[in-house]
Design a protein around this ligand. Structure first.
Ligand code: PEP
Ligand code: MN
Length: 376
């Protein structure tokens, strides 16, 4: 087998025990246990003034609770998260400008549609996910060379993608597999962006790498293996860079929403959820891609939903059908692995499509998008 493009030359996840009814601190040394968490929505009156809103926010903060102001098209609400004891006797409902105060019933709070009925649109340069147009992110599993990433970027842009994917830090199942080009890979992604204008979507695997990756990335990808790496979620949550959060292959969708909540609660509201397939007894595909996740999530959260048919199936010949099915199911975005010479891709070759196949996939998906009232 001969490869057209040159390949590049050739690194743990924190764990945490959660015992019901105890906090880690309490378990470790008899410290004060964490109080019950609590969340409510303060709905402001339509005619409430900015000083009235500021006063509500100040009161919430003075109670030791965290306010998240969400300005909607019809109303402004303040989602309040904190400890129940601090919220009792707060008198928030009687402050000027407040229309009502009600509990948030869902276990995830800021992510809930109860808090924000309008969809969140995540934007990064030309990439917009969550609006009427479907955002497409395409590119290789791993960045391998300048030639590979620039050629891919130009072709996927011509076919209609607005985001360029490419892993520079790769979370590999085996420590002996290619781990990514690291900072050199980020530099090559930035070069491809300079040539095409595409938004760069790339994975960050560790909290300490967040500042470096955020210097180059337009969207920080948190991979499936790291969906419950809480320190990483908090670290990306402290940035203002949009985040693509992939579902863990053994995580429920409720756990996915609670993982997103870590990012939102840390202050970053630009979060996209990604269905990338789960592990089941089925073996004809690499993972099982459950598309019912898309409408289920849309009913419960305002966050946009992206589908990854590449990892979701593991087979290049299934990508076009499952991308089209994702669009039909209401996906707000797609993330697809594309390479100029897939058989020689350094990682995930079997599920990677070539440039003409990507163009064909886009044409099919565009027709499905039109049928369900979207564009792409
Ligand atoms: C990837 O996008 O290349 C990747 C590693 O995906 P996941 O985290 O879904 O396995
Ligand atoms: Mn991959």
């Amino acid at each position: 087998m001969r490869c057209r493009l040159s390949s590049p030359p050739r690194a743990p996840t924190p764990t945490r025990n959660n015992f019901p009814g105890t906090s880690n601190a309490a378990a470790a040394g008899g410290l004060t246990p964490k109080k019950e968490s609590f969340a409510m929505i303060i709905v402001m009156q339509a005619e409430a003034t900015q000083p009235e809103l500021d006063r509500v926010v100040a009161r919430v903060e003075s109670l030791g609770l965290r306010p998240h102001v969400i300005v909607g098209t019809e109303r402004t609400v303040v989602a309040v998260v904190g400890d129940e004891r601090d919220a009792s006797q707060s008198g928030l409902a009687t402050l000027p400008g407040v229309a009502s105060v009600m509990p948030i019933l869902a276990p995830y709070k800021v992510a809930s549609r109860e808090v924000q009925p309008e969809p969140t649109v995540v934007t990064a340069g030309p990439l917009a996910v969550g609006g009427p147009s479907i955002g497409v992110i395409a590119g290789p599993c791993s960045v391998e060379s300048r030639e590979q990433i620039v050629e891919t970027a130009k072709a996927v842009k011509a076919a209609g993608a607005t985001g360029l994917r490419g892993g520079a830090f790769k979370p590999r199942t085996s420590p002996y597999s290619f781990q990514g080009m690291k900072e050199k890979g980020l530099e090559l992604l930035a070069e491809a962006r300079a040539e095409t204008g595409l938004a760069v979507v790339t994975e960050v695997v560790a909290p300490e790498d967040v500042p470096l990756v955020a210097r180059y990335a337009d969207v920080l990808q948190v991979g499936a293996r790291n969906m419950q790496n809480y320190r990483l979620l908090e670290a990306v949550g402290r940035t203002s860079t949009p985040v693509l959060l992939k579902r863990g292959p053994a995580a429920t969708v409720e756990e996915l929403l609670l993982a997103a909540e870590y990012i939102l609660d840390a202050g970053n509201r630009q979060v996209m959820l990604c269905e990338r397939g789960i592990r089941t007894f089925e073996s004809h595909t690499r993972f099982t891609l459950p598309l019912a996740t898309v409408p289920w999530l849309h009913a419960r959260t305002h966050l946009p939903v992206v589908v990854d048919p590449s990892h979701g199936t593991g087979h290049a010949n299934l990508i076009e059908s499952m991308a089209a099915a994702s669009v039909a199911a209401g996906a707000d975005g797609l993330i697809v692995e594309v390479h100029p010479d897939p058989k020689c891709a350094t990682s995930d070759a079997a599920q990677t499509i070539d440039l003409p196949a990507f163009t064909r996939m886009m044409e099919v998906c565009r027709r499905v998008a039109a049928a369900v009232g979207r564009t792409m």
